[in-house]
Design a protein. Structure first.
Length: 94
């Protein structure tokens, strides 16, 4: 357990950036339909900004309106984004 916490502490900024980026994409994909509660003009802009991490889940959501597979796809995209960012952004653990 110490290894996991030290890994996350040393990559704190990569974790924060990937949570915000993929979270915004997830929220935009889950609000893409007109009947969704948070639907608005902002979803198009958020989907364009988060295009690399939301294209697969948007395609799935376009074909089938269920949310759970979209959340699973976005979770895997979060893991991929976090590990890619952690290669580039490293901070020292205190």
């Amino acid at each position: 357990m110490k290894e996991i916490t030290s890994f996350l502490k040393s990559r704190k900024w990569a974790l924060i950036i990937s949570i915000l980026y993929v979270g915004t994409g997830t929220l935009a994909v889950c609000s893409a339909y007109g009947s969704d509660p948070l639907y608005g003009e902002w979803t198009l802009y958020a989907l364009l900004v988060t295009f690399p991490v939301s294209i697969l889940s948007f395609g799935y959501r376009y074909a089938d309106p269920s949310i759970w597979p979209v959340l699973l796809i976005q979770f895997f995209m979060f893991l991929i984004t976090f590990f890619i960012l952690s290669l580039f952004i490293k901070t020292k653990a205190r």
